[in-house]
Design a protein around this ligand. Structure first.
Ligand code: HEM
Length: 480
């Protein structure tokens, strides 16, 4: 009762039902749901509020650098248990980096960090370029006919192709042949997981398992696990052969993980490696396709920045035979970098994350008890009016060095921050930059006429409920 009274004393929506808490106040429409959170930030409290997900289930929502810092700097674990998003991932990605906690997480993070070293990431730029070649080829007929298209499904296949190649050297042309069973199962797992998180009657595992969707989920899990095991075993035996070791080839994540040793000299087991590979599959394609999709949208809406990026890309590629972006080119594209940051401010690909407090924690002067669930709302932090001036305006200059000076580093966290930040952020940013600059080199983008604007849908990644309809026009130099 004391605890209940404490949570009731925090800033919150006063429309409280003894049966449902605040659940009945949350709008059904996804864009309205984001607006509901925003109105609480604007009108109730600029740093946090308490949402009741039932009469006895308070969740603290934080969206200000001060309150977010208290959570992200701590070692508060990913929440587990009934109705928790991370729990729903377990059958697929096991104790992979994204869901593991404590000592297991610490060991994995140490072993995985070398896989994201710049020396390893450098050659992946060519994989990004090759995937972009195929994407551009698919876009060309639309540009020629003047027909608009929903770009999201194409982007998803493109980013999935990249991660399959970088993680496993799994080399299939899924952009042309979208029915590869491994790629398709990975897509299905992502889609079913997302659907389960927003469907309360799928939350109890014993019910979910009995539904058609649930059965499909577990079948896909079995399939991707057996495929990954097979690939890992095969690579393990190959790595023992001298001629394979001396062969010049691109190192993928499996190679790095197979060679990794902890401080006791112990290697990772096949199952541990498989969990990490599945984690990369989950974390590494829907996020990048969401990021690229919203970036293209921002550029279509703000043509002046699109043209500036085109000039920048043209200058970098001048006099070259190939349009492929090189590693060293990325630092020559500063306007592209600013625009991407601003797009990820307005449309963070991961809109929120959750933690569970393992110890009493002071948040904005309140002693929040152990066991409390906290939602870090990135999508609201990025438009918090106490932090961002003209918050809804696309103004990339706000990320120039002069304007960044004095801004709290926890004001902007598309990749989270602190010890559990995104390990794949450089991989992702390089990929998005290559895809976008290659698209802008060849096409100019416009919002599709006669199509409704996108409607944001904050799920595990930020989606658009009605797709992302864009028109691609061939630039004059490419019209013959
Ligand atoms: C635009 C693309 C991406 C965005 C916006 C993004 C964002 C994030 C965020 C917000 C987190 C924290 C999640 C949490 O606390 O629950 C995270 C964690 C993580 N991300 Fe990413 N991510 C992106 C791409 C990638 C890619 C490409 C990979 C792998 C190839 C990746 C792998 C991971 C992993 C393994 C973690 C867990 C790290 C840990 O807990 O130590 N991400 N990411």
């Amino acid at each position: 009762m004391k605890k209940f009274r404490f949570f009731r004393s925090l800033p919150q929506d006063k429309n409280f039902s003894i049966l449902l808490g605040n659940i009945q106040n949350i709008p059904k429409d996804p864009e309205d749901r984001i607006a509901y959170g925003r109105s609480k930030m604007d009108n109730l409290h600029p740093k946090l509020n308490c949402m009741w997900m039932g009469p006895f289930d308070p969740v603290i929502v934080v969206y200000h650098p001060d309150t977010i810092k208290s959570i992200l700097k701590s070692s508060a674990p990913k929440s587990r248990g009934f109705a928790r998003i991370y729990e729903m991932l377990l059958p697929w990605i096991g104790e992979g980096l994204i869901v593991s906690n404590g000592a297991v997480w610490q060991r994995s993070r140490r072993l995985l960090t070398p896989a994201f070293h710049f020396d390893i990431l450098k050659p992946y730029i060519e994989i990004d370029n090759k995937a972009a070649d195929k994407l551009l080829k698919k876009l060309e007929p639309f540009a020629k006919s003047g027909e608009s298209l929903d770009i999201y499904p194409m982007l998803t296949l493109c980013t999935l192709e990249v991660i399959l190649k970088c993680a496993l050297s799994y080399d299939v042309d899924i952009q042309a042949k979208s029915h590869d069973p491994y790629a398709q199962s990975t897509r299905q797992l992502t889609e079913i997981f997302t659907r389960r998180t927003r469907t309360p009657w799928y939350w109890p595992t014993f019910i979910f398992k009995r539904t058609e969707v649930g059965k499909n989920f577990f079948q896909c899990c079995d399939f991707v696990h057996s495929m990954a095991d097979e690939i890992i075993q095969k690579r393990k035996s190959e790595l023992e052969k001298e001629e394979y070791k001396s062969k010049k080839r691109l190192l993928d994540f499996i190679d790095i993980l197979l060679m990794a040793r902890d401080e006791d000299g112990k290697a990772m087991t096949t199952q541990e490696i498989r969990s990490e590979v599945d984690t990369f599959m989950f974390a590494g394609h829907d996020t990048t396709s969401s990021g690229t999709m919203w970036f293209l949208y921002c550029l279509a809406k703000n043509p002046e920045y699109q043209f500036k990026i085109q000039e920048e890309v043209d200058a970098v590629l001048e006099g070259r035979d190939s349009d492929h972006i090189q590693w060293s080119d990325l630092s020559e594209l500063p306007i592209l970098a600013l625009c991407l940051k601003e797009a990820m401010r307005l449309y963070p690909p991961v809109p929120f994350i959750q933690r569970e407090l393992t110890e009493e924690t002071i948040i904005d002067g309140h002693m929040i008890p152990k066991g409390t669930l906290v939602t870090v709302s990135i999508v609201h932090l990025h438009v918090n009016p106490t932090v961002w001036e003209d918050r809804d305006e696309f103004r990339p200059e706000r990320f120039t060095w002069e304007e960044m000076k004095g801004r709290d580093s926890f004001s902007y966290v598309p990749f989270s921050a602190g010890p559990r930040n995104c390990i794949g952020q450089h991989f992702a940013v390089h990929e998005i930059k290559v895809l976008t600059s290659r698209i802008l080199r060849k096409f100019t983008l416009e919002l599709a006429p006669n199509r409704p604007p996108p409607v944001r849908f904050a799920q595990a990644t930020l989606q658009s409920q009605n797709g992302m309809w864009l028109k691609f026009k061939l630039r004059t130099e490419f019209q013959n």
